[in-house]
Design a protein around this ligand. Structure first.
Ligand code: FES
Ligand code: FES
Length: 177
């Protein structure tokens, strides 16, 4: 018996997308497979690794633990939406590039979204707060030192921006980290 499909409107990075999905479609799969936004990565699919983290109304959430049908009437931000409005790298992306905050890069989109939200809550973290900010995300290459440095650098870069960190801007650019 074929599965019943549901019409869902997902608002991602400022753009509305109409999709037909089974009730059990994970949001992470809908983003990747239905919308082609493959910047969101899937690691454990158990809510442990943080690779799939996106922002839901600005709050970091594991997209592998959400169903696409439940993600309506909210603004979703994926790593593709973290660029500045002009399409250039956003402060967290830029900081990762400058500080060599990625090795294999698989975990990186989850770090970028997590840190974007973290810096909105605490725009000027000290070293311990920077470590806490990323405590829920796993990097199996154990390159945490550079990621912590990237948090601090991102805070500096964001402070120089005229407006808020861009994840709230609804930027529709599609630049992957
Ligand atoms: Fe979602 Fe690991 S893939 S937390
Ligand atoms: Fe690959 Fe973190 S950069 S797991």
């Amino acid at each position: 018996m074929s599965e019943e499909l549901h019409d869902v409107r997902l608002r991602v990075n400022g753009v509305s997308h109409d999709v037909r999905v089974p009730a059990r479609r994970l949001l992470s799969d809908a983003l990747r497979h239905d919308l082609g936004l493959t910047g969101t990565h899937v690691g454990c699919e158990h809510g442990v690794c943080g690779a799939c983290t996106i922002l839901v109304d600005g709050a970091p959430m594991r997209s592998c633990l959400l169903l696409a049908v439940s993600a309506v009437d909210v603004e979703l931000t994926t790593v593709e939406g973290l660029t500045n409005p002009d399409g250039s790298l956003g402060p967290v992306q830029q900081a990762f590039a400058e500080c060599h905050g990625l090795q294999c890069g698989f975990c990186t989109p989850g770090f970028l979204t997590t840190i974007t939200a973290g810096l909105r809550e605490n725009p000027c973290p000290n070293r311990e707060q920077a470590k806490e900010m990323i405590a829920g995300n796993l990097c199996r290459c154990t390159g945490y030192q550079n990621i912590v440095k990237a948090v601090e650098r991102a805070a500096e870069l964001a402070a120089d921006l005229p407006a808020e960190l861009p994840a709230d801007s609804g930027a529709a650019s599609r630049v992957q980290a």
